[in-house]
Design a binder for this molecule. Structure first.
Ligand code: HEC
Length: 125
């Protein structure tokens, strides 16, 4: 009997949680109007970012050591991909403040551009 009640409670609990939670909410911390996550450039760039140190200084929606990626995305267009990739490779300072970004000499230009394409897809405006 106890087991039966526990099972019932679990079912009620799960149903209660399920309802009202079905709106298409973005992941926590990600406020986005368009969902680009199925774009191949997004997926490839995200996979590369995960293998590098970018996320120790950058977050998608909040400033950390470096600017939030969504702010970077809102500032630039796809015409800036090559320029931004060079900045990632060489590092630099002065655009967002006085804190420098470290250079990333081990990244290929191609991979840096792929990561930048992902970042630019995080645009919110
Ligand atoms: C040590 C911390 C640090 C790491 C690691 C880091 N960044 Fe940055 N990043 C910064 C800072 C600080 C800035 C702002 C530089 C400036 O003001 O010019 C920045 C700026 C940027 C910008 C905008 C450049 C511009 O001129 O507007 C991009 C794009 C970027 N980072 C991508 C990356 C990527 C991709 C990686 C990983 C390969 C990475 N960052 C790793 C600190 C970091």
């Amino acid at each position: 009997m106890k087991k039966y009640l526990a099972a019932m409670a679990a079912i009620v609990f799960m149903t209660a949680c399920g309802s009202g939670n079905n709106e298409n909410k973005p992941a926590p911390g990600v406020e986005k109007t368009t969902d680009n996550s199925s774009n191949p450039d997004y997926q490839k760039g995200l996979a590369l970012i995960a293998k590098n140190d970018c996320l120790t200084c950058h977050k998608v929606s909040e400033k950390l050591v470096g600017p939030a990626y969504k702010d970077v995305a809102n500032k630039y267009t796809t015409a800036d991909v090559s320029k931004l990739a060079d900045k990632v490779l060489k590092g630099g300072t002065g655009v967002w403040g006085q804190i420098p970004m470290t250079p990333h000499p081990n990244l290929s230009k191609e991979d840096a551009e792929q990561i930048v394409k992902y970042i630019l897809l995080l645009k919110t405006n």
